[in-house]
Write a protein that binds this ligand. Structure first.
Ligand code: HEM
Length: 135
C-alpha cells in the first residue's frame, strides 16, 4: 500500500527510544505497531487534544480501542502514518503482555515450557519403546 511507505518506497522502522522523544509539540503515537505523527491533528481531535498529548510518545493502542473509534476515525490514521515499530520491540511488548498476566509477577510461561518438554520426552519414549518391540 503506497500510503504505508515513505516517499522513496521504503517502510521506515522506529525504535521505542526514538518514539519516546516525540511527546511534546511534535507528537507521535503507536497504534497497532504502526507509527503516526499526529502533531497537526492534536487540535482537530474530536475527543480533545489533552488525551492525545497524554499518550504521545507511547503505545496508544489500548486507549484507542477502548474508546471504540469509528471506521472514519481508523481511516483518518492513514494521513498521519510515518512508519512501523521495530520488529524486536513488537516481540518484547508481546512477551511482557504474556509474562505480566495476573498480578504481574507470576506467569503461565514459567510452567508451560517444562510441561511441553515433558510431553515431548513422553512421545519420544513411546516411539523408542515401539521401535524396540518391532525390531
Ligand atoms: C491519531 C489517532 C486518533 C484519531 C485519528 C482519532 C479520531 C477520533 C475521531 C474521528 C473521533 C470522533 C468519534 C469517532 O469517529 O469515533 C474521536 C473521538 C474520541 N477520541 Fe480519538 N482519535 C485518535 C486517538 C485517540 C486516543 C489515543 C484516545 C484516547 C486516549 C482518543 C480518545 C477519544 C475520545 C475520548 C473521543 C470522544 C468519544 C466520544 O465523545 O464519544 N482518541 N477520535
Amino acid at each position: 500500500m503506497a500510503s504505508e511507505e515513505t516517499a522513496d518506497g521504503h517502510v521506515k522502522y522506529y525504535t521505542l527510544e526514538e518514539i519516546k522523544t516525540h511527546k511534546s509539540t511534535d507528537a507521535w503515537l503507536i497504534i497497532h505497531d504502526k507509527e503516526y505523527n499526529i502533531t497537526s491533528f492534536l487540535e482537530e481531535h474530536p475527543g480533545g487534544e489533552e488525551v492525545l498529548v497524554e499518550q504521545a510518545g507511547a503505545d496508544a493502542t489500548e486507549s484507542f480501542e477502548d474508546v471504540g473509534h469509528s471506521t472514519d476515525a481508523r481511516e483518518m490514521l492513514i494521513q498521519y502514518y510515518i512508519g512501523e515499530l521495530q520488529m524486536v520491540q513488537r516481540l518484547l511488548s508481546l512477551n511482557s503482555f504474556i509474562t505480566t498476566s495476573g498480578d504481574g509477577s507470576s506467569s503461565w510461561t514459567t510452567w508451560l515450557i517444562p510441561a511441553i518438554a515433558a510431553v515431548v520426552v513422553g512421545i519420544m519414549y513411546r516411539y523408542y519403546m515401539l521401535e524396540r518391540k518391532s525390531s
